[in-house]
Design a protein around this ligand. Sequence first.
Ligand code: PHE
Length: 373
Amino acid sequence: MLSIGQGRYLFLLDWIGTPLSFMNAFRFVIYGAEGTGFMIERAETIEQNALEEINQTADAGTLEEIRVKYMGKNGLLTQVLRSVGQAAPQDRPRIGQQVNKAKQAITESLKARREALAPLGKSAKASIDYTLPGRRPPLGQKHPLTLIREEVTEIFHEMGFGVVDGPEVELDYYNFEALNFPSDHPARDTQDTFHIGDAIVLRTHTSPVQIRTMEKQQPPVRVIAPGRTYRHENPDASHAFTFHQCEGLYVDKGVTMAHLKGDMTYFARRLFGKNVQVRFSPDFFPFTEPSVQYDFSCVACSSRGCKICKNTGWLEISGAGMVDPAVFGFVDYDPEVYTGYAFGMGLDRLAMFKYGIDSIHMFLENDLRLLGQ
Ligand code: PHE
């Protein structure tokens, strides 16, 4: 019989059926008394290999595989631990100590690595799912005033009108003087003007664009000029410090009041429907003669009388008239040759009637409940 120590003998018995233990036991037999040293050495090697593998890993899944490989039920370190019982009793504490040290080092290293990888792993895994369909960015919507401006512009395009623009910060000359409002004219009082300097104002209407356009071109002129205007009026449901108008100007040989009435009526019916009536009544503006105010029959109640038309059956749109010859004098048009009509219309009012909006202030509030409709 081989002379083997008790520990070695037990160890030999135990390895049957476990191939790795077989190797260990085999080496135990070969190396004899060095068996204890071997187990310690083995625990050290396992620790070293495990730590190296852990540090080279950048993936949480692989970390788990490493844990199982070394410390799982049949892990390499577990096997060494299991065989401690087979070593000589006096050697067991030393081996056990080494195995525990390895176990602790591997556990800590796994934990540290897992934490180091966690933010990466989490954000990559949890927040991006590449299989989901894309999210549409909210597109927003056109403001009701933009919608009405586009619609008005389109109708006048059909009628042969071009679109022109002018500054909101305007010279007194264009806002008043050349429109035949001399500086001491009482009609200026109707225009609640914001003055910026001696000769500069925030335009109170879009009519100055008439002058700027006629200065630049000879008749025939057929343009509209939509844009923003300003007045310091007392605020109420239909008055705000800023609002929008659309100017219209048609100058040519032989333009008459009949053109104005016909064109306005066509426009009203294109915008609000074919049953709309247009009413003209006498008014005064320094730059038109004769001047009119024009109203559309109420689109909300078909002229029966309601809150919107204040029970009159009519909606006041704005002023109009035949271009005053004095205005032609400012732009060097010959009033003996040319005539023209001009009109203004409140775009905010048109939008309020068209979309059933109660207050002009809602256009300025940017409330998404209105804008999103
Ligand atoms: N500009 C005038 C106003 O705002 C309206 C108007 C325009 C009148 C064109 C006549 C011709 O009150």
